[in-house]
Ligand binder design. Structure first.
Ligand code: CDP
Length: 241
């Protein structure tokens, strides 16, 4: 439908629960390209830490984590039934477990560890080799793919973001208060934005979209206009392949 480049890379960054994954999934399905959730990788490392006693009294044992990094194998495998990539940690499907409250609590400090980031960024880049991707995260447009074809930066007010995450967790049957969700979101945003390595930041050439009052349909309408202005639509008499 559009003259999009081969092996296009679309970066979607933004704070917690700003709707990145919903938007990125919709973009992936519109363009028939692969959606990659970079946050899932940091979550999987955090789950490894929790399971292996690398977080003691709320403190991460950074030297041990670095020492054991080579024991952490993260992959994405396609689930045909659910039509999505799912996260595997050392061969085990952890797609659901990485979204739990304990992981959310420690993922930001784990993500600050430089060798962890180096390993994840390598993996993210390797996943975009020879294929078109839309990847969401915090540093995709700034660090992972500074040459990305399209960079989006999603924002929404904090209450709206907390409400979205709260509804999502409650729907999954997770019993958590709205205040706890709000605290986790604002704490992670603070840590993610203020770390020295690859902080959450809008790339200079990223387009910001405030979706506080926008649903997925509205966002996709906005995105199609962006695609149109960038890549134009095929003429009617061109083949439809
Ligand atoms: O879904 P949500 O926006 O709440 O978070 P996520 O995308 O699953 O990311 C979880 C955490 O991983 C973030 O709070 C960051 O600390 C970290 N992260 C990161 O440092 N860099 C990325 N590219 C993606 C996530």
């Amino acid at each position: 439908m559009y003259h999009i480049p081969e092996n296009i890379v679309i970066a979607v960054d933004g704070p917690s629960s700003s709707g990145k994954s919903t938007f990125a999934k919709a973009i992936a399905s519109e363009l028939g390209i692969t959606y990659i959730d970079s946050g899932a990788m940091y979550r999987a490392v955090t789950l490894f830490c929790l399971r292996n006693g690398l977080i003691i009294d709320g403190i991460i044992d950074i030297p041990s984590l670095i020492h054991r990094l080579n024991q952490i194998k993260i992959e994405f495998r396609f689930n045909d039934t659910l039509n999505r990539l799912e996260t595997y940690l050392n061969g085990e499907n952890v797609e659901d477990e990485i979204r739990n409250v304990a992981v959310s609590k420690f993922v930001s400090p784990v993500s600050k560890v430089e060798p962890v980031r180096e390993k994840m960024v390598d993996l993210q880049r390797s996943m975009a080799k020879d294929r078109s991707v839309v990847m969401d995260g915090r540093d995709i447009g700034t660090v992972v793919f500074p040459e990305a074809d399209i960079k989006l930066f999603l924002i929404a007010n904090e209450e709206v973001r907390a409400r979205r995450r709260y509804d999502e967790l409650r729907q999954k049957g997770i019993n958590i208060s709205f205040q706890d969700v709000l605290n986790n979101i604002s704490d992670r945003d603070y840590q993610d934005s203020n770390r020295s390595i690859s902080p959450l930041a809008q790339a200079k050439d990223a387009i910001a979209l405030d979706n506080s009052n926008m649903g997925v349909d509205g966002q996709m309408e906005w995105f199609r206009k962006l695609l149109d202005s960038k890549y134009g639509k095929k003429q009617k008499n061109e083949s439809q392949d």
